[in-house]
Design a protein around this ligand. Sequence first.
Ligand SMILES: C[S@@+](CC[C@H](N)C(=O)[O-])C[C@H]1O[C@@H](n2cnc3c(N)ncnc32)[C@H](O)[C@@H]1O
Length: 393
Amino acid sequence: MEVTIERILPGGLGLAHAGGKTIMVSLAAPGDRLRVRIDKVKGSVSFASIEEVIEPSPSRIEPPCPYFGRCGGCDFQQLSYQAQLDAKVEIIRDCLHRIAGVEELPNFEIVAAPNQWKYRSRTQWQYDSAGKRLGYFESGSRRVCDVSECAVLAPELQASLELVRNLMHENRLPIAARDFRAVVGDEGVAISPSVSGPKVREMNRSIHGETYTLSPESFFQTNADLLPKLIDVALSDAQGETAIELYCGVGLFTIPLARRFKKVSAVESDRDATAFARKNLTLAGLVNAEIANRDVGSWLQSAVDAGALQIDFVLLDPPRTGAESRVINQLVRIEPGRICYVSCDPATLARDLKKLFAGGYSLESIVAFDMFPQTHHVETVVHLSKQIRWNEA
Ligand SMILES: C[S@@+](CC[C@H](N)C(=O)[O-])C[C@H]1O[C@@H](n2cnc3c(N)ncnc32)[C@H](O)[C@@H]1O
């Protein structure tokens, strides 16, 4: 079947229509004329892969990675870098319009990555010990794509990948391991589970004048190059008496927040990340922030039940699934003057924004960050505000 790609959809697939059908094509570029093969039909939508590029889009380039198409890691390598940025802006626009009901979204900036390759400073390699394969899952499967060189890994992690691969070929990797996590710190790379020498439990990473202690298992942003600007945009000119931070991880935003607010309450459900966040505050000499090791929904519920909260600023940075419905409902009840929502999924961001708009919040600003070049993923920072009505009771 022949199709022309109209645009790139959230999720990274190319949209086409043919024979009265909606067709979503993987690894496509907008404007491509393609011969495609239908792989799967789900309701009224057919999912297809490319058999032949009949006429390439002007934004199509030759993907440089030899694993492209097989490895599930990078699904945007067929696009020029400018086309990747344009597609991400359109993905955010599409979600905010279709899901959140934003009619007129003003033009907004997408901050390009300083390094389009070799940027990942944290990773997870899948390991198939029986098949002697180490790399990433193939797209849409649990089969490990054996990767000896990954074009988006920071050079330190590429060197570590080679080390782990050599140990694999010498049968010296831990038998029970199914995957390895690795992170770049100021003193080198830590890998978990440990592959040589004593286990590295923690390491330091300096970002924007602050030092964070973390481990390979902790969540930490993968693209350190963009973090100073991400922090600056997320915190903007926020300062005052009280701030709440939800989903704080090891405290990337908690430390700068604690330097600007008299009191900060942060929440994180992972026990190790919470311990690191507390340690990071102590090492920074900050005593005005506390970290609750709780589920955000239940913590907010208890905070609301405990009585009146007067909060100047809330920063939330949830996982890809977004915030639970009850979290957004409680935020609307708490009524902070300003909210900053940091999101790694425009669709769940838009779902949550719709509820916040219904709760009286309005969009102040939006900035996107290309934290994940060569993939369809994008980080978005949204600021919302509401007229405070604390004294109305
Ligand atoms: C996207 S990360 C953000 C972490 C941090 N803001 C950063 O940039 O490094 C989301 C964090 O939320 C935590 N998390 C996920 N679900 C949670 C929940 N229901 N309650 C509390 N924390 C949660 C995860 O453990 C993770 O550390």
